[in-house]
Design a protein around this ligand. Structure first.
Ligand code: STR
Length: 517
């Protein structure tokens, strides 16, 4: 065994060495980014060893190596971008050149070798699936409720459920996540989960397993040969994927059995319809791939993204409001003055609630959901600024550094929604170009509009009815979060206080906050 490992190490050492020198040869004579010290076989691993999570480490390295620097992730040549100008060049200006995705062991396992949307390489199939998703999410020409109506319904349900939780310290996210997940479940599968639904609990567990292990540049992704040796992470990932697949296949088969092309109710139906159209259209030209595997991976990405993003922003917003009660009071005043207690907030209220919108933007700035985005890949020989970038270079955008750039944001570590307000108190979408919470360009988040709508409607409906407080005797959870493909906050407890309607302000029954249930 030892002999085999040694032989393998030498073999890979040779491959890595020849790759490194190939990259360096290509770069010779051109201006290339400063590279972290790098050695054959291990690349720059020694410089990357740190207690800090990668986004903070990269931000620190920026001081020594500049806004844009490179490193060797084992055999892979990686460029790290810490400034918005370079980020915009990669994402927007040269978006097509950098629209690839590196092929990683963990993301390949998750996406059945790069199918779906999030981790699929740039291709006509990828583009087609993305378009289908976009149309299915945002057009409702089938007599179903509009997206806004569906979200409002779930938001009202959350609030009604929370009325029963007023008074005692609780981990609110366990309850709230189901309503947030139900919106994406409706859109993907036209179904929702009830409290304590075993499938829902299974889904949360596998999803956490995936977030903990996928695309984190773990040793398995850096040294693909490690997948052939025992690894706990890989086991967790494989087990989580198996559970996901059992749920996914069941839903997919049910949809196939009940499919009716005249009644498209959700994303799965829409994808099946595209598959049927492609079958009926016996074109000689090969079209985008629409195998069952392709369809399932697309739904799995959208569902996974829907579950693992909006809830996280919701939780971060709660944490910052607990830290800044004065901000919560301002939002309450804004809601009271513009909506009152009689009706559920709507999207058309957004322009009247600039402080709430600014608070959401500030949360997305200070705690970007995906601090390093999903890595990009250069599809051609190209450049960033005057730096030469060879085809095959992996590009990591450090969104954290961009959102915490001291030159663009005063005291970037301070939570201050007023930076997103103009002199008249109106919400500014982006006071600095150094703000890209959903990425940009061809690979911009396909759920951006949906997420923004959910955040506004959920948070407005929630704060209309409740005040959140740190339970007596509890400490505020630290705000560092847990690094991963998404940055999750730590678990925390809060206490809900029901808000009493002001005198003469409608008949809605509101529970007195001071009487715990
Ligand atoms: C969460 C866990 C899961 O079950 C499936 C996925 C696949 C899509 C991923 C999602 C993940 C995490 C959030 C991602 C999303 C695609 C886009 C989104 C990475 C791993 C973001 O970029 C924030």
């Amino acid at each position: 065994m030892d002999l085999i490992v040694t032989a393998l190490i030498f073999m890979f050492g040779f491959v890595i060495f020849s790759f490194t020198s190939r990259v360096q040869k290509k770069l010779k004579g051109d201006k290339h980014p400063k590279c972290l010290p790098s050695f054959p076989l291990i690349g720059s691993l020694l410089s990357l060893k740190s207690d800090l999570p990668p986004h903070l480490l990269f931000k620190n390295l920026q001081k020594t190596y500049g806004d844009l620097f490179s490193l060797m992730m084992g055999p892979r040549y990686v460029v790290v971008i810490n400034h918005y100008q370079h980020a915009k060049e990669v994402l927007v200006k040269k978006g097509k050149y950098f629209a690839g995705r590196p092929s990683l062991v963990t993301t390949n396992l998750l996406s059945r070798d790069g199918k779906g949307i999030a981790f699929a390489n740039f291709s006509p199939t990828w583009r087609f699936h993305r378009k289908l998703v976009h149309t299915s999410l945002y057009t409702s020409d089938n007599g179903l409720e509009t997206l806004e109506e569906r979200i409002c319904k779930e938001a009202t349900l959350i609030c009604t459920m929370c009325e029963q939780l007023v008074g005692s310290p609780l981990n609110i996210m366990t309850e709230v996540t189901r309503f947030i997940a139900n919106v994406i479940s409706l859109l993907c599968f036209n179904s929702t989960y009830e409290k304590d639904d075993p499938e829902f609990l299974k889904m949360l567990e596998y999803s956490q397993g995936i977030v903990d292990t996928v695309g984190r540049d773990s040793l398995i992704d850096i040294f693909p040969w490690r997948q052939y040796f025992p690894s706990e992470d890989l086991q967790i990932l494989k087990r989580s994927i198996a559970v996901r697949d059992s749920i996914l296949v069941k839903k997919f088969e049910e949809h196939k059995a009940n499919f009716n092309s005249d009644s498209i109710k959700d994303l799965t139906d829409a994808l099946l319809k595209a598959q049927e159209n492609a079958k009926n259209n016996n074109s000689l030209v090969p079209g985008p791939q629409l195998t069952d595997d392709h369809l399932m991976m697309t739904v799995a990405d959208i569902f996974g993204a829907g579950v693992e993003t909006t809830g996280i922003v919701f939780a971060w917003t709660f944490l910052y409001l607990l830290q800044h009660p004065e901000i919560q009071t301002k939002i309450h005043e804004e809601i009271d003055n513009n909506i009152g207690f009689e009706r559920t907030p709507k999207m058309s209220d957004r322009s009247n609630l600039p402080f709430l919108s600014a608070t959401i933007s500030e949360t997305l700035r200070i705690q970007p959901v995906s601090p390093l985005l999903i890595p990009h890949l250069a599809l051609v020989d190209t450049c960033i600024g005057d730096y030469t970038i060879p085809k095959g270079t992996q590009v990591i955008i450090n969104l954290w550094a961009i959102h915490h750039d001291e030159k663009e944001w005063k005291d970037p570590g301070t939570f201050d929604p007023t930076r997103f307000l103009d002199a008249e108190g109106k919400h500014i979408q982006s006071p600095s170009p150094s703000f890209l919470p959903f990425g940009a360009g061809p690979r911009v988040c396909v759920g951006e509009a949906l997420t923004k709508m959910q955040l506004f409607l959920f948070i407005a409906a929630f704060l209309q009815r409740f005040t959140i407080e740190i339970p007596p005797g509890h400490q505020l959870t630290d705000l560092r979060g847990k690094f991963g493909i998404v940055q999750q906050p730590g678990k925390f407890k809060l206490q809900l206080k029901s808000r009493r309607p002001q005198k003469g302000c409608g008949s809605q029954q509101v529970v007195d906050s001071s009487t715990p249930h």
